[in-house]
Design a protein around this ligand. Structure first.
Ligand SMILES: [Zn+2]
Length: 233
């Protein structure tokens, strides 16, 4: 799937710069029998090197699924490059960002399909990609995130954020729309790890947006990211 990887990487480089994709070696492979796609960082609780992006495509000829999964995991990879502590993560927040980026990249890939080498094999596939992201976009459920009234509600949601992605679909779509309206601000999302609240033993659950907003890493997208974080006293 070299052509799809090259195409998606090209779109990422336009957004994040070449440096964000070349900081750390990474092996990409597909395992149709795995539980899920994943950025694999450890094995039996030991850090591995190089890290891997494991895809979980049912069939490698399913290009839309490949782009969808790869762009999600590649977003985790890019954000990781800005983490001092590589294990630190605000799961509910980072997953929502990756889901929105995944939709955004599938949309972009559909609109710019002629730039992919595989366009010579299937020239009209761009339409299928646009249809694919629209179907995902239109699959929503009531927001569990906006119903979080306390930090313990948020911790509970965080624990099942990978098994219940649709509970954050309203926020995913909101971020996707924000990416579409301000593509040049997308790059700034990689700085979120610099503003995480918490620590490794107690966990990280919220972002300190006041600090982010007053920093040199601020962009208008930060206001949109702030809007998806539940507000409680
Ligand atoms: Zn993920």
């Amino acid at each position: 799937m070299r052509q799809l990887i090259d195409f998606v990487c090209k779109l990422f480089i336009e957004i994040f710069g070449a440096g964000a994709l070349s900081k750390e070696q990474c092996i990409i492979y597909n395992d149709a029998s795995a539980n899920c796609p994943m950025l694999v960082r450890e094995c039996n609780h030991k850090l591995i090197h190089p890290i891997c992006i494991r895809l979980n495509c049912s069939d490698l000829s399913y290009w839309a699924q490949f782009i969808f999964q790869f762009s999600h995991e590649l977003t985790h990879y890019v954000i990781r490059q800005y983490k001092v502590d590589k294990s630190a993560i605000i799961k509910w927040f980072e997953e929502t960002i990756c889901e929105a980026m995944s939709l955004y990249i599938v949309k972009l890939a559909g609109e710019r399909w002629t730039e992919c080498e595989l366009a010579s094999v299937k020239s009209s596939f761009g339409n299928s990609l646009v249809e694919y992201y629209q179907n995902k976009y239109n699959t929503t459920a009531e927001s569990a995130l906006s119903n979080c009234k306390s930090l313990s509600d948020l911790k509970e949601l965080d624990q099942c954020c990978e098994s219940n992605r649709v509970a954050r679909s309203i926020e995913r779509n909101y971020l996707f729309d924000s990416f579409v309206s301000m593509p040049y601000s997308i790059q700034s999302l990689v700085y979120y790890p610099l503003f995480m609240r918490g620590d490794l033993s107690a966990g990280y659950y919220t972002v300190n947006f006041a600090d982010w907003t007053s920093s040199s890493n601020y962009s208008p997208l930060v206001d949109c990211l702030q809007n998806i974080q539940p507000k409680f006293a």
